[in-house]
Write a protein that binds this ligand. Structure first.
Ligand SMILES: *Cc1c(COP(=O)(O)O)cnc(C)c1O
Length: 384
């Protein structure tokens, strides 16, 4: 059996090496390292893939979130509601811009932001909601957009973990994750579903004016060369990363399908274990299905019932099985983001999830024997 890895970037690269290398060499030949034609080509191809009017590439997913918020003109003191159970980047940029983060609990099945908790958190100062499409599955966007409309709020989708996923509306129509809110951000960090070989990110929007504003912000607030109309930042996707991403974009659906097939195999292998809750399928299929893109499994995350999660983590590591705990501490308990207005009873789900979740190796190169070995090692340990 091949050595098990949390993410197998090398195995994936070796299958597309020729194409990727050629694309990188093209950039080296032209020396158009910044804002070269490859960046533009990738941007257009991603716009077509997503069905969104504007993709604005930038340096990383954290910048993308920050720039999206700057583009919306959010002001210090404005309240921004987001999930307590996510990667810290989301709340970090809110705080950096001197906006007020308002963390709320998540749903125990999907791990995504709880719609009722959003409703309870709205005040006259609330200006935006940032749903995070956690682990590869969209938040309840239909309900969130409705709340936003009723309360005149912006919706910024943090789509770092769900690129390529479909969101299904209650009438059966679908839209790609990141094309539903007013604006969205994504990350091309190497381990993301569409990862480059360094740092990268992008902002998506269907709003022409907002796209124009954001294009200036990413470039020092310039709309006309050396005329700085607003305070901007320097955040660029370099041409070599764009050249790599443009090749990998062609394989994104295949990659997401391979992840989903691995997820289905895990779920089958772990079925019937009363101490394990496997990830949910989408609301439209109610199960994991191979054909629909409702879940793109950035992570395959189990919940353990009445078991010692940390002991399992150690055991798996001893057996040569890497695994992750995303996320071990609720954001509202992090030193940087504590706030006396938070009450523990408002975070019942997150406080429980941080003790129960474990994410298994998930990537495009997993073999059946690896999945079997991982699953049987887990089952043997929790029933020991
Ligand atoms: C990865 C990630 C980010 C940040 O992306 P970077 O490119 O690493 O800056 C933001 N939000 C979420 C949910 C992420 O998973």
């Amino acid at each position: 059996m091949k050595k098990i890895q949390m993410v197998d970037l090398k195995g994936q690269y070796s299958k597309i090496k020729q194409e990727v290398d050629r694309s990188i060499l093209d950039v080296l030949d032209t020396t158009a390292f910044i804002n070269g034609p490859k960046v533009h080509e990738f941007q257009k191809n991603l716009e077509n893939y997503l069905g969104v009017k504007h993709v604005i590439p930038c340096a990383n997913g954290t910048d993308a979130l920050q720039i999206a918020m700057m583009g919306l003109g959010l002001k210090p003191g404005d309240e921004v509601i987001t999930a307590d159970f996510t990667f810290a980047a989301t709340v970090e940029v809110i705080a950096l811009l001197q906006l007020t983060p308002v963390l709320v609990d998540v749903d125990p099945i999907s791990f995504n932001i709880d719609v009722d908790a959003i409703k309870r958190a709205i005040t006259p100062k609330t200006k935006a909601i940032v749903p995070v499409h956690l682990f590869g599955q969209c938040a309840n966007m239909e309900a969130i957009m409705e709340i936003a409309k009723d309360n005149n709020l912006y919706v910024i989708e943090d789509n770092a973990q769900a690129i390529g996923a479909d969101y299904t509306y209650s009438d059966g129509t679908k839209a790609k994750a990141g094309t539903i809110g007013h604006v969205a951000s994504t990350s091309f960090f190497p381990s993301k579903n569409l990862g480059c070989y360094g740092d990268g990110g992008a902002i998506f929007t269907n709003d022409d004016d907002l796209a124009h504003t954001i294009r200036g912000i990413v470039n020092h607030g310039m709309y006309v060369r050396y005329h700085h109309d607003v305070v901007g930042v320097n955040s660029r996707l370099d041409s070599i990363q764009a050249a790599i991403l443009d090749i990998k974009l062609k394989y994104l659906d295949t990659y997401n399908k391979l992840r989903r097939q691995a997820a289905i195999k895990y779920t089958k292998a772990l079925e019937g274990q009363d101490k394990i809750i496997t990830p949910s399928g989408c609301s439209s299929c109610n199960e994991l299905c191979e054909t629909c893109d409702c879940h793109v499994f950035h992570q395959y995350t189990l919940k353990l019932v009445n078991s010692d999660r940390d002991a399992l983590v150690s055991h798996l590591n001893e057996k040569g099985i890497p695994c992750g705990v995303y996320y071990p501490i609720p954001l509202h308990l992090q030193k940087a983001y504590k706030d006396e207005r938070y009450k523990e009873e408002d975070f019942v789900v997150t406080n429980q999830l941080v003790k129960e979740v474990i994410s298994l190796p998930m990537h495009t190169e997993l073999d059946d024997d690896q999945i079997e070995y991982i699953s049987s090692t887990i089952i043997n340990f929790i029933n020991r």
